[in-house]
Design a protein around this ligand. Structure first.
Ligand code: SIN
Length: 180
């Protein structure tokens, strides 16, 4: 690629962007919600005992807040190569319209990793309590699944994002961990 790109992070990319970026900016996408409906067998779970991580689902009228990162043209190919490896557990790169919340909102075309229902690790909807129970029992090569949820919830609060789905799962997890 020979131009700079913006990548939208809404999950681990919000709190662990381990790639080179030129700029970062809080951002939103319209018509999408964050959901713990993607299974993880390579980071926060293992094959046969998947953890749960987030994906984006279409929802009319919704807005999802995350963090966008600008990658300079010269860094795009190696960065996307490394991210394709990191996100290989079912996520696909899609183009998306983003609003960057700079001093004034700016609309740009960006990219995002989404775990679509047709990918083999997709788990789909479940109650928040059951999702929390699965998270508490899951661990993978990147660490315990609960760490992913708690770090994400903390990062979203720092961003001023209102996400009842994430925050409800977070409180069930804290309750369950305290009883362990
Ligand atoms: C993202 O953070 O944007 C993708 C999903 C994840 O890696 O958690």
């Amino acid at each position: 690629m020979n131009e700079d790109i913006w990548i939208f992070g809404y999950g681990s990319l919000v709190w662990r962007p381990d790639f080179k970026f030129a700029e970062k900016c809080p951002a939103t996408v319209n018509g999408m919600v964050r959901r713990f409906w993607q299974g993880s067998t390579d980071h926060r779970g293992i094959p046969g005992k998947p953890g749960r991580v987030v994906t984006l689902e279409t929802k009319v009228g919704a807005t999802c807040r995350g963090m966008a990162y600008k990658i300079n043209a010269a860094d795009v190919n190696p960065t996307i190569g490394a991210l394709n490896f990191r996100e290989k557990g079912g996520y696909r790169l899609e183009t998306i319209k983003l609003t960057l919340h700079m001093s004034e909102p700016v609309s740009v075309k960006g990219i995002v990793y989404i775990g679509k229902p047709e990918n083999p690790n997709y788990l789909g909807p479940e109650t928040s309590k059951r999702i929390a129970a699965q998270v508490v029992e899951s661990i993978g090569p990147s660490g315990p699944n609960y760490e992913y949820v708690l770090r994400l919830a903390e990062a979203l609060r720092d961003l001023g994002a209102h996400d009842p789905h994430v925050f409800e799962i977070e409180s069930f997890i804290i309750e369950m961990l305290c009883k362990k």
